[in-house]
Write a protein that binds this ligand. Structure first.
Ligand SMILES: NC(=O)c1ccc[n+]([C@@H]2O[C@H](COP(=O)([O-])OP(=O)(O)OC[C@H]3O[C@@H](n4cnc5c(N)ncnc54)[C@H](O)[C@@H]3O)[C@@H](O)[C@H]2O)c1
Length: 349
C-alpha cells in the first residue's frame, strides 16, 4: 500500500490520544513529513492516554479540548487536507446509562466539526469511524452494507445519525466524507482500565493477570475481530480514495470465532488464566447482538483492503505489548499527569 501521498500534507486526528487514533498517528509519523495535529478531550472513562504518543510527541501538535467547542474546532480545521474523525464514545453499556453523554460524544460534537469544515474548509476529506453496532441483531450473516439498520443501544443510534450527518455534508456542501463501520478492534494502546469498552481488552487483561475470564452465555457468540494495524490501513486507504467519497464500508475479518475460542487462545498464548461460563447480567443481555460478523467484500472491491493479521498472531503481538507496558494501561488517570508528561500541550477549556 502506497501511503507516501500523505507526505507534505496536513492531517487532523480527532480522538487521537485514544486507541485507534494514536495507532494512526504513529503510522503517519512513520510515513514522515506529515503535519500532524490531534484534538482529544481525554474524556472520562474513555481510552485517551498521553502515553499513547510516546516516541512521537515532537511530531504532533496536541490540543486537549472538546471537539464540540466551536471556538476551538473552528480554529483547527482550516488548512487541513485530511481529517480522521475518531473521537467518540465506544461504550454501549454507558450509552444506555448516560444517553446524554453519548449524544454529545457521538453526535453533537461531530456537528461542531462538520459545521467548522463547512465554514472554514469546505472541501476537506473526512474519514469517520462508525460501528457495525448500527445493524443490531443480524438478520443474516455475514452482515453487508445493505443489511437493515436497527441499533440495540443508544450508541448505535447516535453513531448512525453521525454517519448520516457526514454523508449529508458530502452531498449538500461538497465536503468529501467516507464512513467506515468497524468491527471489534484490538491491539496495542487500548485502555485496560475497565471492561466497558468491549470484551476483548478485558479478556487480554484477565489472561495476563492469570484470572478467570467470565463468558456471558458460555461465550458462544461469534465475532470477527480486526487487529488495529489493519484498521489503520483501511483508514489511510479511505483517505486517499476519491471513489470512496460519499460511501459506507464495513470492515471485517474472514475468521469468525466464538468468544470462548478467543478466551481459550489467550489462555494458551499467555500460559495463564482460566475461563468459566456465567449467566448474562440483565444490562448486558439487553444490548447483546448475538452472533455478528461482517462482509468486507465492498471495501475489498473498491479500496483493495483486506485484513492481513491472523487472529492468533495479532493476539500474540498485543499480549507482548501489554506485558511490556502494563503499568501505563492499568488504572491510569491521565489527567493527573497531563502537564508533567506533555509539558508542551495546549489546554483550552
Ligand atoms: N475500538 C473498537 O473496537 C471500535 C469498534 C467500532 C467503532 N469504533 C470507533 O472508533 C473510534 C475510536 O475508538 P477507540 O477504540 O480508539 O476509542 P478510544 O476511547 O480509545 O478513543 C476515543 C477518543 O476520543 C476522545 N473523545 C471523545 N469525545 C471527544 C470530543 N468530543 N472531543 C475530543 N475528543 C473526544 C476520547 O478522549 C478518546 O481519547 C470511535 O469513534 C469508535 O466509535 C471503535
Amino acid at each position: 500500500m502506497d501511503f507516501e501521498k500523505y507526505k507534505g500534507r496536513s492531517v487532523l486526528i480527532t480522538g487521537g490520544l485514544g486507541f485507534i487514533g494514536s495507532n494512526l498517528a504513529h503510522r503517519l509519523a512513520e510515513i514522515g513529513d506529515v503535519d500532524l495535529t490531534i484534538i482529544d478531550s481525554l474524556a472520562d472513562m474513555q481510552g485517551g492516554n498521553l502515553r499513547n504518543l510516546k516516541g512521537i510527541e515532537d511530531r504532533v501538535k496536541l490540543t486537549v479540548a472538546d471537539m464540540g467547542d466551536s471556538w476551538v474546532i473552528n480554529h483547527l480545521v482550516g488548512g487541513m487536507d485530511y481529517i480522521f474523525n475518531l473521537a467518540g464514545s465506544v461504550s454501549h453499556i454507558d450509552s444506555m446509562k448516560l444517553p446524554h453523554n453519548d449524544l454529545h460524544y457521538n453526535c453533537t460534537a461531530h456537528l461542531s466539526l462538520l459545521e467548522a469544515c463547512r465554514m472554514f474548509n469546505p472541501h476537506v476529506k473526512i474519514v469517520f469511524t462508525s460501528t457495525r453496532q448500527v445493524y443490531g441483531k443480524p438478520a443474516y450473516l455475514p452482515v453487508d452494507e445493505r443489511h437493515r439498520i436497527q441499533p440495540m443501544d443508544v450508541n448505535g443510534i447516535n453513531k448512525h445519525a453521525t454517519e448520516m450527518y457526514h454523508l449529508l455534508y458530502d452531498r449538500a456542501y461538497g465536503l468529501r466524507t467516507v464512513v467506515l463501520r468497524l468491527t471489534n478492534t484490538y491491539g496495542d494502546r487500548q485502555q485496560l482500565n475497565h471492561n466497558r469498552q468491549g470484551f476483548i481488552s478485558w479478556f487480554i487483561r484477565q489472561a495476563i493477570n492469570g484470572e478467570t475470564i467470565e463468558l456471558f452465555g458460555e461465550g458462544r457468540q461469534r465475532r470477527d475481530l480486526n487487529y488495529v494495524d489493519d484498521v489503520v490501513d483501511a483508514l489511510l486507504l479511505a483517505g486517499l480514495s476519491e471513489e470512496a467519497e460519499g460511501e459506507i464500508f464495513n470492515l471485517g475479518h474472514p475468521q469468525n470465532v466464538s468468544l470462548a475460542e478467543i478466551a481459550s487462545t489467550l489462555i494458551s498464548l499467555t500460559g495463564r488464566g482460566t475461563m468459566a461460563g456465567v449467566p448474562f447480567p440483565p444490562e448486558r443481555q439487553l444490548t447483546d447482538i448475538g452472533n455478528c460478523y461482517c462482509s468486507f467484500a465492498k471495501i475489498e472491491r473498491v479500496l483493495g483492503w483486506r485484513p492481513k493479521t491472523d487472529l492468533r498472531e495479532g493476539l500474540q503481538r498485543t499480549i507482548d505489548f501489554y506485558e511490556r507496558n502494563r503499568e501505563h494501561y492499568w488504572n491510569v488517570d491521565e489527567k493527573d499527569s497531563l502537564s508533567e508528561s506533555y509539558p508542551s500541550f495546549k489546554q483550552i477549556a
